[in-house]
Design a protein around this ligand. Structure first.
Ligand code: 4AD
Ligand code: MG
Length: 431
């Protein structure tokens, strides 16, 4: 087993080291060979002096191509010009695999990189993103444990829609049909009567018939559901969750964020600010007064409108009370304004759009039935869900965070596809 990564050895102040990794770059002359060795922690330059090796060994190392795997033994010496502050003077090495000519070279088309995604995830860009994502997701788990939530796992194969039939993926299930989960929520709601506060994160599926930079067909939604929470409790909690997780990313991955072109100071400052909550009707007013954009009440906000609106904010904003008639069946009416739903979307600044969606939950079986029937649904499929309203119903609320949406935003990524290692979109499900 490998003992220390490159960065661990440097941090420990070790001198004689043994590193295991891959050739990131190589160049050489007849006197020296330089290999940039990459492991999961970083990249270090390894210097081979011709004089220190037999002809055979020199031949071995001289012909080594990038992405070959090897062990390197040597001495760490300070090198001010190097990114990690050190280089290695190599005394010995062992090659595990001589790589073929690596297909990925500079300036490849996005299509080519997508076809070779299994190799492209070794790039510095993808490594940085995957590290941020890992920190984010681990921090989220920590957050919910600290808040005394129970982790609750639910089925991916589900009998019906919950977020609209048009984006369902149908799956043959023996002699009948099921659908891939569009959300964890309905089962999360069942769990609050046993556990009160639950959370989870899982693969989520939407047959989005659009090729935008913010939609995936398979993405990871991080959801929570809590008994006794009203809409505003859920919104405050979502802000707290995001601030906590982003704070942890800044703490652990500033280097990666900077590499990706994110302004870490600005991000940090944003965490200390109050994130506003406004009503949809106020958002329409802002759009009209500040940019002359007329949006009539009764429609969801389109991407252009979200982008325009967010030009006037420097932090995420929670927009509440969207028009009831265009919302999912489980979002209740506000009792004072029946045309508004007790729901919210959190929008990220700088044009990254919706990152969180949530609501208080409707407790009225009749209201929900009306809506489901209008959508052509078979009420039989929802009787189990209505039971939750028949046996000890209580006020409850929850929300879902789109993990790739958040990662895209904090990593400053042009396209959501890079926020996940193996993206699934309308046009691609390979490799
Ligand atoms: O707003 P959505 O559709 O809300 C729900 O599904 C609720 N049932 C969640 C809940 O209340 N428990 O989706 C939640 C979030 C969105 O805000 C967005 O960030 C992300 O999931 N999302 C997508 N991310 C990538 N690709 C897609 N096609 C997405 N659709 C939604
Ligand atoms: Mg939404």
């Amino acid at each position: 087993m490998k003992k220390y990564t490159i960065m661990e050895a440097i941090e420990k102040g070790m001198q004689e080291v043994e590193f295991y990794g891959w050739v990131h770059r190589e160049r050489g002359s007849n006197k020296f060979k330089f290999i940039n060795l990459r492991d999961s922690s970083g990249i270090i330059q390894c210097v081979f002096n011709r004089e220190d090796f037999s002809d055979d060994k020199w031949e071995d190392i001289d012909k080594l191509l990038i992405e070959s795997s090897l062990k390197i033994v040597g001495k760490l010496v300070e090198d001010k010009r190097s990114e990690v502050g050190y280089e290695i003077q190599v005394s010995d090495f062992e090659i595990f695999n001589r790589a073929d000519i690596f297909p990925i070279t500079k300036d490849q088309s996005p299509e080519f990189l997508a076809d070779n995604r299994h190799l492209w995830i070794r790039s510095r860009k993808m490594i940085a993103i995957m590290k941020v994502r890992s920190t984010y997701v681990q921090a989220r788990d920590e957050f919910f444990r600290n808040e005394k939530f129970y982790r609750f796992d639910t089925p991916i194969l589900q009998p019906s829609q919950s977020e609209g039939g048009s984006t369902l993926f149908e799956v043959n299930y023996y002699d009948s049909k099921t659908y891939l989960a569009q959300t964890w929520q309905l089962y999360g709601e069942a769990a609050i009567f046993a556990l009160e506060k639950v959370y989870d994160m899982g693969p989520t599926f939407r047959a989005e018939k659009s090729k935008t930079s913010r939609h995936l067909s398979e993405f990871w939604m991080a959801e929570m559901e809590a008994a006794w929470f009203d809409l505003y409790d859920a919104i405050d909690f979502a802000k707290k969750e995001l601030k906590y997780c982003i704070g942890k990313v800044i703490e652990n991955n500033s280097k990666e964020l900077e590499f990706l072109g994110q302004n870490v100071e600005k991000l940090k400052e944003m965490l200390n600010r109050e994130w506003p909550t406004i009503k949809y009707r106020e958002a329409l007013k802002v759009l009209k007064e500040k940019s002359g954009m007329e949006v009539e009440f009764g429609k969801d906000l389109r991407t252009v409108e979200e982008e325009k609106l967010m030009e006037y904010f420097e932090t995420p904003v929670a927009v509440t009370h969207y028009p009831k008639e265009v919302m999912a069946f489980y979002k209740p009416s506000d009792k004072d304004n029946k045309d508004e739903a007790l729901c919210f979307d959190m929008l990220a600044p700088s044009g990254y759009g919706e990152i969180v969606g949530g609501s208080q939950r409707d407790l009225d079986i009749e209201e929900m039935s009306k809506r489901l029937l209008a959508d052509g649904e078979d009420l039989e499929n929802y009787q189990w869900y209505f039971d939750l309203r028949r046996y000890g119903s209580v006020m409850h609320s929850g929300y879902g965070v789109g993990i790739e949406r958040v990662i895209r935003w904090i990593c400053n990524l042009e396209n959501i596809k890079d926020a996940i290692a193996f993206p699934r979109t309308m046009l691609r499900f390979k490799p």
